[in-house]
Write a protein that binds this ligand. Structure first.
Ligand code: BG6
Length: 477
């Protein structure tokens, strides 16, 4: 179903995110016939070039970053929707031209795919030149600040020109199909929700493991580290979706209110509940300190945390979070380990073990529930644990493999005016309020992250974080 007619301006249109994600994503939506006939996608950046040169650039980017199953036969028609305006975010060039292109009577959205330092300038120019109106939407990317103070400042700057329901803060994890599925699994099934609390759940593990290192982003990354880059946003969102109360409706503020309550209920972390690591000596020569060209760096490329949520539902059930670069495999999953049955009626010493629900977010999206059954055969009542394993791709056929990329989904939600999958200002601030003390405590000290071998499962110390509670991480594979 096509969305309403729209004009979408992409500031930073010559940048990496636009090339990798925004244009290929829009193209895919075009092929899916969601882009209406007179929609305009207007690139804006400092580079002085015309529409033709910009279309050439977009063609190249889409060809390079399209997936293997993408049909490129509509590319030329799609490129006709593209326009370009050279613009100076801090000056006067280009703004009048941009205003002339925007149709005030259709949905208009402005994607700030630029450094956060420019957010204020662009927001200001959009109002000064009368380009944005009360129905316009703006889209902003992470990092949304680097601590509570800077996030507050950014929120205040944007609020001078836009109301909260015009601001779409992207966390691309919320656009992932399987992340949204967490809500479907929890709230559209009777099976899980009654057991979803500290009485029945022993603990929860959330893992986002990557095989890539910091790549060409060393400078950015070394000033951020895994807590700012992954925990404050993506991991926090996963934690919220797993832990939140049922919202009264699948409605933007109802969902975001419940997520906010989880963040506010997080107990402050103590240093003993955090393990930081840095990758070393990869077979491919990768080494964090070399990759960021900073031999003294104390920035973590891996972090593991034990988190407690102090509320009625979760007190007593720890949530263990870990994320890192250069790990053994690329895998994101959530493991909910239920408590063992209170009493075993079977004689064998190795009685029933806990059920585990594994929600696999990427790759190979699916769910796996382990259950105890009787081992077949005449050997008496022996128990064995087996998986009820479901791959979404197998269960859903082609629909299961052809999942839209997070950006495609999120950009279309902006045009539709649906903020459910975007972070509200207070959520972002609450997340920083929780991570700030952890970061400040570390930065004030002199301890170094634990080294771990590139290609391993992370530092030994992280294993101990669970061992001391008589638990163990699910293997990264
Ligand atoms: C980004 C981080 O937000 O998310 C990157 O800045 C990280 O460091 C990426 O690699 C992970 O996203 P995905 O979609 O590949 O899991």
């Amino acid at each position: 179903i096509p969305v309403d007619e729209f004009d979408l301006v992409v500031f930073g249109a010559t940048g990496d995110l636009a090339h990798r994600k925004i244009f290929p994503g829009l193209y895919r939506r075009y092929v899916a016939e969601q882009i209406p006939p007179s929609a305009q996608i207007i690139g804006a950046a400092r580079t002085k070039q015309d529409d033709t040169a910009f279309r050439d650039e977009a063609r190249k980017a889409i060809r390079e970053f399209a997936g293997p199953s993408d049909d490129l036969s509509h590319l030329e028609e799609f490129l006709n929707h593209l326009r370009y305006v050279p613009i100076d975010a801090r000056g006067t060039d280009g703004w009048t031209e941009l205003k002339a292109l925007i149709r005030p009577d259709v949905v208009n959205a402005f994607y700030f795919s630029v450094a956060p330092a420019l957010f204020g300038d662009i927001a200001h120019r959009l109002s000064e030149y009368g380009i944005a109106n009360a129905n316009s939407r703006i889209v902003v990317e992470k990092p949304f600040g680097r601590d509570l103070a800077t996030a507050r400042e950014l929120n205040a700057t944007l609020a001078q020109h836009f109301t909260e329901n015009q601001i779409y803060r992207i966390d691309h994890y919320l656009g992932k199909e399987t992340v949204q599925n967490l809500m479907a699994v929890r709230f559209a099934n009777m099976l899980f929700e009654p057991l979803w609390n500290a009485q029945y759940v022993d603990h929860v593990q959330i893992t986002v493991a990557e095989t890539v290192g910091v790549g060409g982003r060393g400078e950015y990354y070394d000033h951020s580290g895994a807590i700012r880059d992954m925990v404050q946003n993506h991991m926090m969102q996963l934690l919220c979706l797993i832990a939140m109360e049922p919202p009264y409706h699948f409605d933007p503020n109802a969902v975001r209110d419940e997520k906010l309550k989880v963040i506010r209920a997080l107990e402050p972390l103590s240093p003993g509940d955090i393990v930081r690591g840095q990758y070393r000596d990869g077979p491919d020569g990768s080494d964090y300190l070399k990759d960021v060209e900073n031999p003294d760096s104390r920035t973590e490329s891996y972090v593991a945390l034990k988190v407690n949520i102090a509320n009625w539902r979760w007190t007593g059930t720890p949530f263990y979070l870990r994320t890192g670069k250069k790990l053994r495999a690329r895998t994101s999953e959530i493991v909910v380990t239920f408590k063992a049955p209170p009493h075993s009626i079977f004689d064998e010493t190795d009685g029933p073990r806990s059920n585990q629900l594994v929600i696999k977010l990427q790759p190979n999206e699916g769910m796996d529930l382990t259950v105890m059954i009787k081992e077949p055969g005449p050997g008496g009542m022996r128990l064995v644990q087996v998986p009820l394993d479901m791959s979404f791709a197998d269960a859903l056929g082609a629909n299961g493999t052809d999942m839209p990329d997070a950006y495609e989904r999120l950009i279309m939600d902006v045009i539709r005016g649906n903020q459910t999958l975007f972070m509200r200002g207070d959520e972002v601030e609450a997340a920083w309020a929780w991570t700030d003390p952890i970061i400040a405590e570390w930065e004030a000290g002199s301890k170094r992250p634990e080294p771990y071998d590139a290609g391993s499962s992370g530092p030994e110390e992280a294993l101990r974080l669970l061992h001391r509670d008589n638990r163990r991480w699910r293997e990264i594979r």
